[in-house]
Design a protein around this ligand. Structure first.
Ligand SMILES: Nc1nc2c(c(=O)[nH]1)N[C@H]1C(S)=C(S)[C@@H](COP(=O)(O)OP(=O)(O)OC[C@H]3O[C@@H](n4cnc5c(=O)[nH]c(N)nc54)[C@H](O)[C@@H]3O)O[C@H]1N2
Ligand SMILES: Nc1nc2c(c(=O)[nH]1)N[C@H]1C(S)=C(S)[C@@H](COP(=O)(O)OP(=O)(O)OC[C@H]3O[C@@H](n4cnc5c(=O)[nH]c(N)nc54)[C@H](O)[C@@H]3O)O[C@H]1N2
Ligand code: SF4
Ligand SMILES: [Mo]
Length: 752
């Protein structure tokens, strides 16, 4: 045995090219394989654009694939609540029969699909799952994006779209990020490829100035020239004040506005009350800094602005995203005829990038309606935050079966107790997850899927991110294909996620037509490609990828010739001129948005005496929402989600770091561990979501953390179009909690 190992170690290591799919960055990686298993992941330095960048999550992929927490067999729940292994084919037989009975009894609307961030692993899965939903006739497909930044889609619809896109990041003289921390999240309106390096280059060379609006001095804010450490929830007011200054000082792009824009007078009127002095009081930031930010932004030859979940969770997502688009538009920061297109398509179909507006489109297009809260399909999709109530409300159209694909409602949805009641009331809950997630633990069937390194992939996710909001997605004609790097573990019985839906369709005698699903809305190019899958000869993962890439701008085979990824110069293209007498314009004065802004002028920035603190979100570099907690190299090093406070607040409360604190909102309460972050605005509490356990399990603040979804109500305050409830800027009271928590917590003055 020892001899064998020695011989093996003398051999050249077996290193394979691949890509990480945990987040939408799609970093190219090198996987070292020993005895058929991934043992090491490192960034691929031969890949263009990324310089070998990876984050801890990518480097921990071997542990995700081989660690003890991974499910290697599907499971079925027994009446006593315990789960036991079941052969995947048998599980599919049973699920197909059960779904058929539910459909026959209650009709197609009774079966719903929820998909979360886990679909990033293999995008064709979503097309197959949606194809199955279409085949059974159910419109009840819900995406996690409506509890993320649904306002980005609403804003895009209200404003219209500029198909030519933006100039590149590396020509910007100013950049603004609002409630967004891209150095950790690699998200939202910032280059996703090695964001730290991109920012360092831009700032240290003196080319670019960074403006950050965030109540916390985040990793990103630490590099800012102007950090507006405003009260949470005040972003629309700050943007309105910046626009106020720009219009008053006539710093906008007069020619672009005259030719391409409508609504400027309505915008001018709406921002009238938002003087820097007024907003300075409301948001508690110096008026001079708002004026400086406005001038810096508008005086740039080009500047960009990206929004994160901060404003979205504060219920100002649509308006903040809309005003950020309006700001870009009045400054004319869009590509013009003759410019090179910054985000040309490689895997997406080719399109005509013209320097002309696509007009606004309906915020509430025709589509399915829910029975609760007057909500329904919007430009952002179906309102996930109302799904629990839709399951709980009896009567015609009630949901009886839920398929959960790459998501974890029990950790991620607002109002955990209600989510638990809803999921437990279902006749059938099926969850595909590589581990025994909080949702899997309540499921009738848990389908164990193949993981990323066991499947092929393309960088289409990083490309299609441009449809999630303006400025998103990778810049440049970069394309990357990776074959499966390893086989599934020996002795396992795993399905590719899409095989669940394909297998159900086969058993139910249904066809699957696969629509390449890159995003929703009329601005998304060529979603109309439909392919009928062969329902007799089961396709392979590679077959599906080939079908999915059938209309790609650069043929998949050409991309395959470059194992490290490649910049495809042949995909470069130039913005075409506007067609003569093209009538459409971008709208910066949408009536609904202006009315919402008017309401914002009277929103008080002051906290209440009952709930003197404001809870805001933060993300961990080691975790992707609820994923990674059972990974010894990730969650193993970060078992809990402390409640971060400014030290002056802890002193005033007579609370020490590491004490247990109880946070209470109008809706619920949790116990967390106190910690200090002096980069935080006083009276804010900053916590990471997706920690803790299910309501009937024993949470421990030190070892499991707590689920802050319990502090949120799904229906007390919500956006009437997208249904997203208040998930951030949550008013809370804070008190010391006794370690044994006996007889209730000791009250401190802050809670009185
Ligand atoms: N309080 C609070 N709530 C929040 C947020 C917040 O900041 N604060 N953030 C919100 C946001 S922005 C989001 S996006 C949501 C996240 O909501 P979800 O998407 O529902 O939650 P995730 O934890 O991202 O779920 C990913 C799940 O997919 C599994 N998974 C990983 N890879 C695969 C795979 O290849 N196949 C399958 N089948 N499963 C896989 C993981 O193990 C995990 O269980 O949470 C939202 N909720
Ligand atoms: N490492 C890692 N990366 C991730 C994820 C992860 O869990 N871990 N999750 C992924 C997902 S699903 C998403 S949606 C993205 C999210 O990516 P981001 O949008 O960058 O999310 P956060 O890091 O939570 O940053 C939100 C910021 O908003 C600030 N904030 C809170 N309230 C307000 C407010 O009212 N106004 C303003 N201006 N700021 C406010 C917070 O202090 C925080 O710094 O990240 C993705 N990438
Ligand atoms: S940034 Fe995203 S894609 Fe890159 S290694 Fe980390 S998790 Fe993977
Ligand atoms: Mo998200």
């Amino acid at each position: 045995m020892a001899e064998k190992d020695e011989a093996a170690s003398e051999k050249q290591p077996d290193i394979r090219t691949s890509m990480c799919r945990i987040c939408a960055s799609n970093c190219p990686i090198l996987v070292t394989v020993e005895h058929g298993r991934a043992v090491k992941v490192a960034g691929d330095r031969s890949a263009p654009m990324f310089e070998g960048y990876t984050c801890p999550k990518g480097r921990a992929l071997p542990e995700q694939h081989n660690g003890p927490a991974r499910l290697l067999h599907s499971l079925k729940r027994h009446p006593n609540g315990s789960h036991a292994p079941i052969a995947s084919a048998r599980a599919l037989d049973e699920i197909a029969a059960k779904v058929q009975t539910i459909l026959d009894t209650y009709g197609p609307r009774s079966v719903a699909l929820y998909y979360g961030t886990g679909i990033l692993n293999f995008l064709p899965t979503l097309s197959v799952a949606l194809g199955w939903m279409k085949a059974i006739g159910s419109p009840m497909a819900f995406s996690v994006s409506t509890i993320d930044k649904p306002g980005a889609h609403i804003a895009q619809a209200a404003h219209g779209y500029w198909p030519a896109g933006h100039p590149p990041f590396d020509t910007a003289q100013a950049w603004m990020v609002i409630g967004l921390n891209p150095l950790i999240s690699k998200s939202g309106g910032f280059p996703p490829n090695n964001p730290g390096r991109r920012l360092k280059e831009a700032v240290e060379s003196g080319r670019m100035r960074l403006i950050v609006i965030d109540p916390r001095r985040t990793e990103t804010a630490q590099r800012a020239h102007i950090h507006l450490q405003a009260r949470p929830g005040q972003d629309p007011a700050i943007l309105a004040a910046m626009i106020h200054v720009i219009l008053k000082e006539a710093l906008h792009d007069h020619e672009f506005v005259a030719q391409e824009v409508t609504g400027i007078d309505a915008l001018r009127r709406a921002v009238g009350p938002f003087t820097p002095e007024f907003v300075a009081r409301q948001a508690d930031v110096p008026a001079g800094m708002i004026i400086e930010a406005a001038r810096l932004f508008a005086a740039s030859r080009y500047a960009g602005v990206g929004c994160g979940v901060g404003p979205s969770f504060a219920l100002t997502g649509s308006l903040t995203e809309y005003l950020s688009l309006a700001l870009m538009t009045i400054c004319g920061f869009w590509s013009r005829a003759g410019d090179e297109v910054t985000r040309p398509n490689v895997f997406l179909p080719s399109y005509e990038p013209r320097a002309q507006a696509m007009p606004p489109f309906p915020i509430r297009p025709d589509g399915p309606k829910l029975r609760v809260r007057g909500l329904g399909f919007s430009a952002a999709g179906m309102p996930t935050a109302a799904l629990a109530d839709e399951i709980l409300l009896p009567g015609e159209g009630q949901i009886k079966a839920l398929f959960c694909l790459g998501g974890n409602p029990m950790m991620a949805w607002p109002d955990q107790a209600r989510t638990a009641r809803a999921l437990q009331s279902l006749e059938l809950l099926v969850c595909a997850d590589p581990e025994m997630s909080a949702t899997a633990r309540l499921s009738d069937y848990v389908i164990a899927p193949k993981l990323g390194l066991e499947m092929p992939a393309t960088s289409v996710v990083a490309e299609a991110a441009k449809y999630l909001g303006h400025l998103r997605g990778i810049e440049g004609p970069f394309g990357h294909y990776a074959p499966a790097a390893v086989d599934p573990p020996e002795g396992s019985d795993l399905l590719a996620d899409w095989e669940l839906y394909y297998g159900l369709a086969q058993r139910m005698g249904l066809p699957i037509s696969m629509t390449s699903h890159f995003g929703i809305g009329p601005h998304v190019e060529a979603t109309e490609q439909v392919d009928e899958l062969d329902m007799v000869n089961t396709p392979s993962d590679e077959d599906l990828l080939a079908i999915y890439s059938r209309r790609s701008r650069v043929p998949l085979d050409m991309v395959k010739a470059h194992p490290h990824g490649h910049i495809f110069d042949e995909a470069r293209c130039t913005v075409l001129p506007k067609r003569p007498s093209h009538p459409a314009r971008l709208d910066v004065g949408n009536g609904d948005m202006m009315a919402e802004l008017a309401r914002h002028a009277v929103v008080s920035g002051e906290a209440s005496t009952r709930f003197p603190f404001t809870l805001i979100s933060r993300r961990s570099n080691r975790l992707m929402n609820s994923a990674g907690h059972s990974n010894r190299l990730l969650g193993g090093l970060e078992p809990t989600n402390p409640a971060y406070f400014h030290s002056s607040d802890l002193t005033a409360l007579d609370i020490q770091a590491r004490d247990r604190v109880r946070l209470s909102s109008a809706h619920g309460s949790v116990v967390a561990i106190a910690a200090v972050d002096d980069g935080l605005r006083p009276k804010c509490v900053s916590m990471t979501h997706c920690f803790g356990l299910n309501p009937d399990e024993e949470e421990n603040p030190e070892t499991t953390g707590c689920n802050i979804g319990r502090l949120l109500s799904a229906d007390a305050e919500y956006d009437i179009v997208t249904g997203i409830p208040r998930m951030g800027a949550v008013p809370v009271a804070v008190e010391l909690a006794r370690r044994d928590d006996e007889g209730g917590p000791r009250q401190t003055t802050a809670a009185l």
